[in-house]
Design a protein. Structure first.
Length: 88
């Protein structure tokens, strides 16, 4: 039997989903989604599953790690500009 992985940013929701799965006899595990701040470096160690999920594309393919970091740096720079009141 395969194991179902539940992901959420809510610990209560994860607990409920894992409990329901257990009652139904389904193997499951909980994996809390990381916030943008938690994905930053330094920070908590990111699991292989979380990194693969972060790099995955909608078409089933994945970004290369270097491409993912490039996108992340661009997004962080944009957020910092907006936070500091810059439009461009």
């Amino acid at each position: 039997m395969k194991t179902i992985t539940f992901t959420s940013d809510s610990d209560k929701k994860l607990s409920l989903l894992v409990g329901v799965a257990k009652e139904m006899g389904v193997k499951s595990k909980a994996m809390r989604e990381l916030t943008d701040e938690e994905m930053g470096i330094p920070g908590p160690k990111v699991s292989k599953e979380q990194l693969e999920d972060w790099l995955s594309k909608e078409d089933g393919k994945s970004f290369e790690l270097s491409e993912g970091f490039k996108i992340m740096k661009q997004n962080l720079a944009t957020k910092l500009k907006k936070k500091n009141g810059h439009r461009n």
